[in-house]
Design a binder for this molecule. Structure first.
Ligand code: ADE
Ligand code: ZN
Length: 335
């Protein structure tokens, strides 16, 4: 098998599935805790990392929500976002669509404005100084009520120009897509694009994926690996040209596998599958590590690695002219 590590590292890439709060590295957690006069339940970075031993989605989410307690003021959200963008740019990520979870902060008494202003300021500065382009996606927490999601949607409206779309994350168990049908209908009416997590190996996974298509009308699906269990579902996703944002290292933590065989199977079916990092501070690995792990484990060809990146640019929520420009940049690199 060809060693494609260097090729992957140098390739201009897009990331479509990363939670900004999931990029909070232990070192930054300690720095912010000190700045905000907060005590952490760990003596050191090493001790904190050692506690990241989740084996399913709920055990990860508990640590994830606990961790973001150090984010209090606008500068914290700026520092968090800018640190991720520096890391992403160092890996030749030239474009990223970033999730944030406003309800996880407003329920702690932090204003919507504090959260989004810090994130947005970092996005603008990183575009100017680092040359990385980004767009923001607001996620609703599916284990909270539809009323709470609707409230977050209303809070977002003054900042509509800063947000490209909405998503749905957190614990999927007993929280199906249709629970949020009205919220997503309203989001669509406000001109937001729509995506939803269909996490891996959940109860009723394929039913949930069908709901995102038939009851919600999503423009993308986050994860969605279990679609492979249903041929008609695969056909529908392919015909609609929907991107699936799969996160192999994350999958390896919350299930028994990185699902790289499934990623390869989707490539072979011409489904618009992409590889992403999800929560890289918790599931260690940014874009390069995720792509390299996938390529090695599934023995992907160079052409398949390139296809994953083409899929990401084509499946992105960029205007056509920007997609064309990024694809051109990729072409030049490949040549
Ligand atoms: N929130 C942050 N990461 C998530 C994931 N992988 N699944 C569901 N919700 C999340
Ligand atoms: Zn995710």
């Amino acid at each position: 098998m060809e060693n494609l590590d260097k090729f992957i590292e140098g390739m201009p890439k897009a990331e479509l599935h990363v939670h900004v709060e999931g990029t909070l590295e232990p070192e930054l957690k300690f720095k912010l805790a000190k700045r905000n006069n907060l005590d952490l339940p760990y003596a050191s970075v090493e001790e904190m990392r050692a506690a990241y031993n989740f084996d399913d989605l709920p055990s990860f989410l508990k640590m994830y929500y606990e961790g973001m307690g150090v984010l209090l003021v606008e500068q914290d959200f700026y520092d968090l976002t800018y640190a991720y963008l520096e890391k992403a740019r160092s890996q030749n990520v030239v474009y990223a669509e970033i999730f944030f979870d406003p309800q996880a902060h407003t329920t702690r008494g932090i204003s919507y404005d504090t959260v989004i202003s810090g994130i947005h300021r970092a996005q603008m500065e990183a575009q100017e100084k680092l040359g990385i382009k980004t767009q923001l996606i607001m996620c609703f927490l599916r284990d909270m009520t539809p009323d709470s999601a609707m409230e977050a949607l209303e809070q977002s409206l003054p900042y509509k120009d800063w947000i490209i779309g909405v998503g749905l994350d957190s614990d999927e168990r007993n929280n199906p897509p249709i629970k949020f049908a009205q919220v997503f209908e309203r989001a669509r009416a406000e001109n937001y694009l729509l995506t939803m997590h269909c996490d891996v190996d959940q109860q009723n996974s394929t039913t949930h994926i069908w709901q995102t298509l038939n009851d919600i009308g999503v423009d993308r699906i986050d994860h969605g690996v279990n679609a492979l269990e249903d041929a008609a579902l695969c056909d529908e996703i392919k015909n609609r040209k929907l991107a699936l944002t799969v996160c192999p290292i994350s999958n390896g933590y919350v299930t028994d596998s990185m699902k790289t065989t499934e990623i390869k199977a989707m490539l072979e079916k011409d489904i618009r599958v992409t590889v992403n990092s999800d929560d890289p501070a918790y599931f260690p690995g940014y874009m390069n590590e995720n792509l390299i792990a996938t390529q090695r484990e599934a023995e992907l060809t160079r052409a398949q690695v390139i296809q994953l990146t083409i899929n990401a640019f084509e499946g992105s929520w960029l205007p056509t002219a920007d997609k064309t420009a990024f694809l051109q940049k990729l072409d030049t690199y490949v040549a």
